[in-house]
Ligand binder design. Structure first.
Ligand SMILES: Cc1cc2nc3c(=O)[nH]c(=O)nc-3n(C[C@H](O)[C@H](O)[C@H](O)COP(=O)(O)OP(=O)(O)OC[C@H]3O[C@@H](n4cnc5c(N)ncnc54)[C@H](O)[C@@H]3O)c2cc1C
Length: 562
């Protein structure tokens, strides 16, 4: 058995807990300023980059050259309006720092962010996606324009641009990693964080993302003048999710959920930090998706994949009722979640055609987009523009536990009823709604608000040619067979967390800074303890890790002096 890796830095100036994106960015900034850094991580080296590696690499930029190329007119002012309309900050005490972070982050996304990442070698695709199209009101939730920029190389590339320089510094002895070290306690002396205590976990050769043993073989204690918590959110901890679930706002927590993140996203550090005296706020704000499907080839326990849908699928709740405006695919995540849960069930249905799935189903995750992850232009063009669904989507259609593919509506509904965890659907009711929708198709205008929204989206050329199927009747056999997908609630992101000031320094409940303790990434609610407020605009999480990790690294480098 391999031994847990031995620490080589005797006296680090900063200990970063967590080798995810936020931790890597903080360490990168510190090491670039000549500081000695130790990165402590409960998983093994295979997991460097943590969640970001699995991500699609979607990045929120404002008024970028890519947007301009696609004819999108965006501005800092419009983006800030969208951000604040989505965040809906309403808490005098807890939203103090989140508001300031929101302002700073939108400025970063409209300014320096792109150049910062380009200098590191990161490139994005020219086609800008339109995520969270919104609730239908200009001052409410959602992106007024497309802003979702896909990294060329997806999540692994986002990780690489920070990990490569760090690994080079590791060889020079400036940075060191303590893998399989799990932090259980922050050491606080005279009001300042001065170190960490925890256990050494038994060695593991588990592949990336696979849940590893929690068997402890030793204890450890490490000290440094600066500690950065970069330990991620609560997405795989269903117990914590249920405990913090905002029942008043979203309805009762789903009885059944599947996990959009690996098992190490356990949220333990939030309790550890609170215990040490840090302020943890906005715990009831979270970001879970309604379009989750069971991964037929799972890597982590209860592994879920999110469909990032185009707008055309017909969306029915568990009882077979069509969801009303603006609960359309890809418009308003949490409103849709509330609408689904209001039925008393925790799942819903898409009904679509082969033509729709071919154009409109994107799957979130680096491994679900092998063409872009491998930076293979030929494969990407063939799979996205050529005939047929992209390979990974076709594999789900064949093997996925949530998919029903049939040539007639009656056979489709019979298949859906075999998968239903709740009421049996009535063919007549489903048929009535499908026919009513199909009767609205002919003119390209009409009174079906979803079809209007599709027509609007198709006016953006980035969507028209690659992302949205030409409107057609669902019952037109030329576009068949029919497909139904059972959609489950997929857990993902934590929008609240450790309260931090603009230097990513943790705050105490009395509003004073916590000496020596910093927090970045998801554990800090991506900055401030909740930069997103109640809702996210998408592609904002990786950027939040980068912005808050950078702030922590730069502030600590300054504080440690010359
Ligand atoms: C499939 C998928 C797709 C996504 N797509 C996008 C996207 O397109 N755009 C976007 O903006 N965001 C996306 N995200 C979200 C984004 O990737 C994450 O929110 C972000 O990477 C979180 O980074 P982090 O560094 O804060 O935390 P993590 O990546 O969770 O890293 C935290 C690390 O800390 C370690 N750790 C935790 N507790 C301890 C402890 N007590 N002791 C020692 N180590 C500990 C963990 O093992 C882990 O390695 C996606 C996420 C997933 C899973």
């Amino acid at each position: 058995m391999p031994r847990a890796e031995v620490l080589e830095i005797a006296e680090p100036e900063v200990i970063v807990v967590g080798a995810g994106l936020a931790g890597l960015v903080a360490a990168y900034e510190l090491v670039s300023a000549g500081r000695r850094v130790l990165i402590v991580e409960q998983e093994n080296r295979n997991n460097l980059g943590a969640q970001a590696y699995w991500s699609l690499g979607g990045l929120f930029f404002v008024d970028s050259p890519e947007q301009r190329l696609m004819g999108v007119k965006d501005s800092h002012e419009l983006a800030l309006q969208d951000w604040l309309g989505s965040a809906q900050f309403d808490r005098a005490r807890e939203d103090h720092w989140p508001r300031r972070w929101a302002d700073a982050y939108v400025r970063f996304a409209a300014g320096e962010k792109r150049a910062y990442l380009r200098r590191l070698g990161l490139r994005v695709l020219p086609l800008v996606g339109w995520a969270e199209r919104g609730d239908g009101s200009p001052s409410g939730h959602g992106n007024s324009v497309p802003r979702f920029h896909l990294t060329w190389g997806t999540g692994p590339e986002v990780v690489r641009v920070f990990a490569d320089p760090l690994l080079a510094r590791e060889r020079q002895g400036l940075v060191s990693f303590a893998f399989r070290h799990r932090v259980d306690e922050l050491i606080v002396e005279h009001g300042a964080a001065v170190g960490i205590r925890g256990v050494v976990l038994e060695p593991s050769e588990a592949k990336r993302g696979v849940a590893s043993s929690r068997e402890a073989v030793d204890r450890f204690e490490l000290r440094a003048p600066g500690i950065v918590a970069a330990t991620g959110g609560i997405g795989h901890n269903f117990e914590l999710i249920r405990r913090n679930w905002p029942v008043q706002r979203l309805g009762a927590a789903p009885a059944y959920m599947i996990a959009g993140v690996p098992a190490y996203v356990d949220g333990r550090m939030l309790g550890i930090a609170a215990q040490a005296g840090a302020s943890v706020i906005n715990a009831d704000r979270m970001w879970h998706y309604t379009e989750g499907i069971h991964n037929w080839d799972p890597i982590w326990p209860q592994h879920a994949i999110r469909i990032i849908p185009g707008p055309s699928s017909l969306w029915l709740d568990a009882s077979g009722q069509r969801m009303e405006a603006p609960n359309y695919p890809g418009f308003d995540t949490l409103r849709t979640l509330r609408r689904i849960l209001a039925t008393g069930y925790d799942y819903s249905w898409f009904i679509l055609t082969r033509s729709i799935i071919e154009r409109e189903f994107a799957l979130s995750g680096s491994e679900q987009n092998p063409d872009i992850t491998a930076k293979h232009i030929g494969q990407m063009l063939a799979s996205r523009i050529g005939a047929g669904a992209p390979g990974p989507v076709a594999a789900f259609e064949r093997h996925g536990a949530d998919f029903v593919v049939r040539s007639t509506l009656s056979a489709l509904v019979a298949g859906m009823n075999e998968l239903a965890r709740g009421p049996q659907l009535e063919l007549a009711q489903v048929e009535r709604q499908v026919l009513a929708r199909d009767n609205e198709i002919e003119n390209g205008y009409g009174k079906d608000a979803q079809l209007m929204a599709i027509a609007n989206a198709r006016r953006y050329r980035g969507e028209r040619f690659t992302r949205i199927a030409k409107p057609h009747r669902l019952l037109d056999p030329a576009h068949g067979p029919l497909i139904a997908v059972r959609l489950n609630v997929l857990t993902r992101k934590t929008l609240g967390g450790i309260e931090t000031n603009l230097d990513s320094q943790a705050m105490r409940p009395d509003g004073s800074p916590f000496a020596g303790l910093y927090a970045a990434g998801e554990v800090a609610g991506f900055g401030g303890g909740g930069v997103h407020g109640y809702n996210a605009l998408e592609g904002t999480f990786l950027g939040g890790c980068i912005f808050s990790g950078r702030a922590a690294g730069r502030a600590l480098a300054r504080e440690l002096g010359g």
